[in-house]
Ligand binder design. Structure first.
Ligand SMILES: [Zn+2]
Length: 341
């Protein structure tokens, strides 16, 4: 299948990732995309460049203040006395009624929900390119391709309309889904990343036209901890259009496939015109984040099961961290998908 890819992702090379208060090397490294690209190319998929959409696709999902913040934060942060190399918040104001701050340190707190989304000098360019990759991939499907894959980096599914988090800045999956809405009345999103797609859920929570389904490691023990529970079903017009399937630590292929069958049932009942798959590969048994235990063969089965939904499909790369089988897991998922079409 066609793969949309931009090498601009490499401009984003985060140096900060706090785990239990300790600053550790960031898991979301440029090498991830290089390995995924290498594996996909070797498997015979055709790589194409994104179209120059600029920030228009991102603006269909994200607020103007947030886009302005992402675009200017690193530059303005560098002017502050004794500032770190990357923008990181030291206030966390989001849970109670509050006033949008003018000063950059306050805006960082407003727009960055955790310490896993540092903003460096190249973050905006990379995130913008990833959003163009997602939009272009959606365009290919709108123009008649049955499926296409967006090799996005940085990932996007933890990003809300006005908030970065968990290695994510612009929600590529949501941007692709919104683009598909130009042609399809109803669009479904299936998130198979090991983490709950909290940003995507938040963006569409009150909407009836976009179904959000996420299968993930249970937030009782795994990031994002405060979202991703089964009782979160949507609100207002969107009540019933959100499904969370949390899984116990170490869940393997067979139980994963059973959960996926429940997801498929919900998607079929919604009768969408098109599908976006938030294709994280971090449910792998060898992923360093160690939440679930899906094998490479399991990813092939997951790809095949999703393909059998028979929908025009945009596959968007989300998480999946460095291991010796990262590339193999991608080619298994894409291969399983193509074989079942
Ligand atoms: Zn993830």
């Amino acid at each position: 299948m066609k793969i949309v890819y931009s090498d601009k992702h490499a401009a984003h090379d985060p140096q900060t990732f706090f785990v239990r208060g300790v600053n550790r090397p960031a898991a979301e490294q440029p090498e991830r995309a290089e390995r995924l690209l290498g594996a996909a190319t070797e498997a015979g998929h055709k790589v194409v460049a994104p179209r120059g959409h600029g920030s228009a696709p991102a603006a269909t999902i994200h607020t103007p203040e947030y886009l302005d913040f992402l675009q200017t934060a690193a530059r303005d942060w560098a002017q502050l006395a004794n500032a770190s190399a990357e923008v990181l918040p030291n206030v966390h104001p989001s849970r109670y009624p509050a006033t949008y701050p003018k000063i950059l340190v306050g805006r960082a707190g407003w727009h960055q929900t955790d310490l896993a989304c540092p903003i460096g000098p190249g973050t905006w360019d990379a995130a913008l390119a990833a959003s163009e990759v997602a939009a272009t991939t959606a365009d290919l499907v709108l123009e008649g391709a049955r499926e296409a894959y967006a090799l996005c980096r940085p990932p996007g599914h933890h990003a809300y309309a006005d908030m970065a988090g968990g290695f994510c800045y612009l929600n590529n999956t949501a941007i692709a889904a919104q683009r598909l809405r130009s042609k399809h009345q109803r669009v479904a999103i299936l998130d198979v990343d090991v983490h709950h797609g909290n940003g995507t859920q938040g963006i569409f929570y009150e909407r009836a036209d976009v179904l959000t389904v996420s299968i993930h490691a249970d937030p009782v023990f795994f990031y994002p901890y405060v979202w991703g529970y089964a009782h979160e079903r949507g609100a207002g017009a969107g009540l019933g259009a959100n499904l969370n399937i949390p899984l116990p630590k170490g869940t393997g292929d067979d139980d994963y496939i059973k959960a996926l069958a429940d997801a498929e049932k919900t998607i079929r009942a919604f009768a969408p015109g098109a599908l976006v798959v938030a294709l994280g590969l971090d449910a792998s048994e060898r992923d360093p984040l160690a939440g679930l235990a899906v094998t490479t063969e399991g990813f092939r089965r997951i790809g095949a099961a999703i393909a059998r939904l028979g929908l025009p499909t945009v596959l968007v790369q989300e998480g999946g961290y460095l291991s010796d089988i990262l590339g193999a897991n991608l080619t298994a998922a894409l291969g399983g998908f193509e074989e079942a079409r």
